[in-house]
Structures are given as structure tokens and as C-alpha cells.
Design a protein around this ligand. Sequence first.
Ligand code: ZN
Length: 167
Amino acid sequence: MRFEDVIEVIGNFISDFVNEEINPDIEITFDNYSYCYTDVPTVVVGLYIADNEIDKFHENYYKENGFDYTKFGISFRTFALLHEIGHIETITNKEEEEEHYSKQKEINDNVKLNSEPLNDTLLKYFNLPLEKLADKWAWDYLIDNIYQIKIFDNVYRKLINLLEKSE
Ligand SMILES: [Zn+2]
């Protein structure tokens, strides 16, 4: 199958689930990594085709900080998606968001400048109040809807396998 065709199937699959189960207004698009727009609202799904150091560190952080979704057999991808939805579902006020974005920018600049060890920078990022809020939302949603999420995760994994084999 062609890459674009599989992406379309995955996009529809995620949209259907998110729109029916969580929020009918959320749009789904794709990029190399995950982020979201709370005003539109849109979740940009990260494709993470290759494993990378940041995701590995993030997975480990979740495991050691009370968000061990792996004990339910759930993948990082699914939790990352719930995290982005969590940002939309826990929107605070404009000032808090502005502050969040300026701290985010500071952290990204530090990564670019290599001004401190990458892991220290990442930990600062994961501990930003709005990041914690999104993690908490994702975790609570997961616990309350574990069977639906397990089914979702199963299909999502299979679609990602197809994507990795696509041309
Ligand atoms: Zn986030």
C-alpha cells in the first residue's frame, strides 16, 4: 500500500474514535512529532517512524512517574495521542497558555544551543504545569475507558505496522 493511503486510513480511524468517544470538534492531522492547537482544536499526530532518544526518555519518564500505561499493554503512541487531547480538554486561560509557550520556547532553544544536558531540559519540559495537566487527563481517561483504549491501541498498532511496510 502507498504511504498516503495508509495515512488516510489511520487519520479516519483516529478521527472516528476521538470524535465519537471524546470530542466531536477535534481534527486530526500528522507531522513528525506530536503537538496540538487548543483553539482550532486540532491534534497533530506524531508519526515517530524511527525510535528516537527523546521518545525513549519520555517513555521511561512515564513509567517512573505514575503513568505506566505499559502495564495495561498500551503503546506510547496511544498515550501520546491522549496527552495531546488532554491539552485540548484541559484548556486553562490565555495567560497560562502564553506562559507555557514561552517556557516551551526557552526549552527548545536550550535543546538547540546544547546549553545543558538534554535529559535535564526534557525533565523541565515534562514538569511544566500544563504538561502535567495533560498527562493527568490522559491517565484518568485511560483508567476510566481501559477496554475501549485497549481495542483502539490494538488496531492502531496494526495500522502503524502497515504504515511501516508501505511505500
Ligand atoms: Zn504536551
